[in-house]
Design a protein around this ligand. Structure first.
Ligand code: NAD
Ligand code: TDX
Length: 334
């Protein structure tokens, strides 16, 4: 299969590319990515000389460029997005442009080139937060809380409309919170690991009582691959670890500190940095499990691997954390 991956230089996209090239010797990947602050070709160093892999720098909002890159592919797996909730609260322009206009452009290109399959990568955040013990099902109410999740919900709606009106051969996945190698250190797990490693404080928002359904990135990628190869056109699939017992951000922080070997005094409780903060996400992933998928990495094992990866790849995250990221960090965490 020849697959065009949008956003393949980001966290999940790069893990997906590695996984596909390793698992399917006959597959080819075109990675189409604008290389925003979150895109990093270093994530793909291991495959850059692989003849089955090619990279095209481009914006998903640029229809002609995307068409040129996508000609002849069997499927598009669409990851490209602005992905950080906190940034979307400061300014939503790029979120609307990439997540909404960009997704419509991807849909248009699928139609124009008659590409046989589109997998649109969405998120559990489109459901908003859910009270325990409820779980979000694929047909649960869409009720996003942040400009990020609202823009992702908008992109889902455009895909749903295209399936109905134009019979676009699309599917949607809604994944829960990911963690693992190559995650930009603005998200809680890599931020807290790297801050702990350098004895900087860990800014724990709003009491740390919030719950996320932590999914190791390789499990998310295998879920997406299952949908790509076995999913039914027109359907939506949740991809969640369905962690039990659930863990709070505070418990997660303690686990990270223990793995890094640092003390709890590094935790700094902060309030008000995320207005509209969602309390709990929880997915029911039975529909995808029925296709034969299941997550294989526990949070204990996944965190251990992730901490080890950040310890072994200090050059990678020190480079990523320098430059423009410093300005964002100072502005946000004051
Ligand atoms: P990321 O921020 O690490 O990577 C995003 C990538 O998209 C970057 O490489 C960036 O350069 C590229 N990009 C951004 N704007 C672009 C544009 N206009 N044109 C082309 N490329 C562009 O994001 P991620 O965490 O890897 O998330 C990937 C996808 O998965 C997103 O759609 C996100 O909503 C979804 N998702 C993420 C998570 C998570 O926990 N990170 C969970 C569920 C779903
Ligand atoms: O400094 C922090 N301190 C803190 O307590 C940060 C950055 C976060 N948090 C809290 C907020 C959340 O309750 O940690 C939790 C997780 O926050 P993020 O890592 O920013 O992830 P989240 O907002 O849950 O969204 C992530 O998962 C769903 C991804 O960023 C999205 O792209 C994905 O759709």
């Amino acid at each position: 299969m020849k697959i065009l991956v949008t956003g393949g230089a980001g966290f999940i996209g790069s893990n997906f590319i590695h996984q596909i090239l390793q698992q399917y010797p006959g597959d080819e990947i075109v990675n189409y990515d604008l290389l925003t602050y979150a895109g990093n070709l270093e994530n793909l160093k291991r495959v850059e000389d692989d003849s089955r892999y090619s990279f095209v720098q481009g914006d998903i909002c640029n229809r002609e460029a995307l068409q040129d890159a996508a000609r002849g592919v069997d499927a598009i797996v669409h990851f490209a997005a602005e992905s950080h909730v906190d940034r979307s609260i400061y300014s939503s322009d790029e979120f609307l442009q990439t997540n909404i206009i960009g997704t419509q452009t991807v849909i248009d290109v699928v139609r124009e080139l008659q590409i046989p399959k589109l997998v649109h990568i969405s998120t559990d955040e489109v459901y908003g937060d859910v009270k325990a013990p409820e779980k979000s099902h694929e047909n649960s109410r869409i009720y996003p809380s942040s400009p990020y999740s609202a823009a992702k919900a908008g992109s889902d709606m455009l895909v749903i409309a295209a399936i109905r009106t134009h019979q676009v051969p699309a599917m949607i996945t809604r994944g829960s919170n990911n963690y693992g190698p190559f995650q930009f250190p603005e998200k809680i797990i890599p931020l807290f690991i790297t801050n702990a490693m350098t004895d900087n404080y860990l800014p724990l928002y709003d009491g740390g009582t919030q719950i996320r359904d932590w999914l190791y990135v390789a499990d998310h990628c295998s879920g997406i691959d299952t949908v790509l190869r076995k999913g039914k056109i027109g359907e939506i699939y949740n991809i969640g670890a369905e962690q039990y017992p659930e863990i709070t951000n505070e418990q997660l922080t303690h686990m990270i500190l223990e793995l890094v070997g640092k003390e709890k005094h590094l935790i700094k409780p902060v309030q008000g940095l995320r207005p509209g903060h969602d309390q709990r996400y929880s997915l029911n992933a039975a529909k995808l499990r029925a296709l034969g998928w299941q997550p294989s990495v526990t949070i204990e094992e996944g965190l251990k691997r992730t901490v080890q990866w950040y310890q072994e790849n200090q050059d990678w995250w020190e480079r990523v954390k320098s430059g423009a990221y410093q300005e964002y960090y100072k502005k946000h965490y004051r």
